[in-house]
Design a protein around this ligand. Sequence first.
Ligand code: AMP
Ligand code: MG
Length: 423
Amino acid sequence: MKSLQQAISCVSDYDPDALPVAKANEVIRSFVKPIAGLEKLPVRAALGRVLARDIVSPIDVPSHDNSAMDGYAVRGEDLIAGAAVTLVEIGTAFAGKPFAGEVKRGECVRVMTGAVMPRNTDTVVVQEVVTAEGRSIAIPPGQERGQNRRLAGEDLKKGRPALRAGRMLRPADIGLVASLGIGRVSVRRKLRVAFFSTGDELVPAGKKLKAGEVHDSNRYTLWSMLARLGCEVIDLGIVRDEPKKLEAAFRRAAASADAVVTSGGVSVGEADFTRQMMAKLGEVAFWKIAMRPGRPMAFGHIRSRGRSATLFGLPGNPVAVMVTFYHFVRGALLSMMGRSDTDLPLLRAKAETPMRKKPGRTEYQRGILQAKNGEWTVRLTGAQGSGILSSMSEANCFVVLRHEQGAVKAGDDVDVMLMDGLV
Ligand code: AMP
Ligand code: MG
């Protein structure tokens, strides 16, 4: 395994006290590796899981040429360009009940959608345009040879990869696997992620607050974000700001999980004793990231009882937890799960109002994206403080203000990242 120092040494101009978002992600991505370990699951149980091996088509789909419409299967050579023809109907083919005979010159077969193309036919004339009188079928001019016919293998070709390893299986993939007749698939095992909140002021939901206390909300947002990513979550509760208790929690996490996500304890006032402990447990870097919200963060790995886990020490402020999770942790955990597609697209939208922004840091403001008069526009949710969790709840997107970007004027285009794609 690569050491954190090695991952860091690959990054140019590394400054842990003013680290641009892109550089922090460079270190993180070059450090994390996909977990080993597969399981073979029935197709439906694999929904949302990461495919571990390519699926190669064992068959052509469809397996035979077949009709795309209800109508009449004809021989292309019987059609005359620009003229009507009359053919004799000699039978019917249904989906699942092919026509057994052979079609000779001047003949046609009634076909239903999905029926195998009768021998010698290559074209389907839809029933709406023909005039049938008994078995005599009059076909108007203007038919094209090969029309309304689906070719064997036009969806999936035998011997070709149908789905590549590394993709998360979506509903269409589950159906596609079934269309190949495959009943079980190899997926990566679930990633185990431990998490806990730190802070002497924290009180679990359900208990009354005393002066100066706050309810622990981070463990709930963290649980939700991890669960949506498809991780197996291990909740280690609230841990007090005491070195012994923190060390015990980190050791338990390292021994039981692939990754550990914590909130709080990395800000300037608290980082010193966390830092000392981390030096004992593993290799962890403490960063001040050039971003807003979410400046302090710890990243590295910790060990206990011969096992090791990747550590993400997130800030304590509720919005900062979510922002750093989505922009650092999410992609790293997906890579560890074996996902090959971890990036999210940015859209462009017109700012409805001015937005304050200083060059030299990336900002993730919370926005509401709307279609207005045929174009995307975005406005902010209101106060953008890192403790205002309602700004995340109201938002449907992040307005991503790039590192070098300055203030935004009303009417300027800005980058927007949809929250729906994140979860
Ligand atoms: P810290 O990073 O530990 O200094 O915490 C920064 C701010 O976030 C403080 O106001 C904390 O009270 C608050 N905070 C820390 N942890 C949590 C949590 N689990 N739930 C809600 N607020 C928190
Ligand atoms: Mg704290």
